[in-house]
Design a protein around this ligand. Sequence first.
Ligand code: SAM
Length: 221
Amino acid sequence: MILAIEQKFPGIYIAGGKIATRSMAPGTRVYGERIVRDSTGEYRIWDLYRSKLAGAIKKGLAGLEIVPGAKVLYLGAATGTTASHVADVVGENGELYCVEFAQRSMRDLIAVCEKRPNMMPIHADANNPSEYADAGEVDVVYQDVSQPNQSEILIKNCDMFLKKGGIAYMCVKSQSIDVTLPPRKVFEMVKKQLEGHFEIEQEIELAPYDLDHLFLALRKK
Ligand code: SAM
């Protein structure tokens, strides 16, 4: 199908009213996403209900520092749904290091990475960043690990890898942290844990795309 495609952020497009990225691996799908084409290439429609980053963009993320050429560390890549779109955005001059500890997800993630030369799978626990110290300094850390200690994991990784003044994007899942508290109370606790390390530049509740989730854009101090 041919649609009008316009740019929203560098490397991120609007195709027929939907957020999309230009595919690094034309002719393939990662999670059954819709594909559209024009004379400039093949675009993958980014599912707002399957990716918190797409939901955050849709809900008004002011700017995105995941841009063409950026070096990104992604914690909790799972089977590569969101990570594959991030790989599309950073493009052939960018680098994306994908950390995932679940063996089953890793198998699918490796298959996604095999088609994208800019995407490196790392089978490791994000609690132990020294296991992947070779990744080196990055421009952006993206974290979506759904763990009770996700603030601690983010801080450790940003201390080790994120350049000074770089940005971290964090998906906070209140139910993974404390199911007994109202989500907004959990979000306040998490922000308190982060405040010595980051300036909170933006916060976005992801409903209706993801319930009880907060997306944070955090500038490293
Ligand atoms: N970010 C993915 C996406 O949008 O396509 C979904 C991520 S899923 C909500 C969370 C993932 O984090 C799971 O695949 C889980 O195995 C992984 N994870 C959780 N704790 C982790 C840890 N300490 N180290 C590495 N991966 C972890």
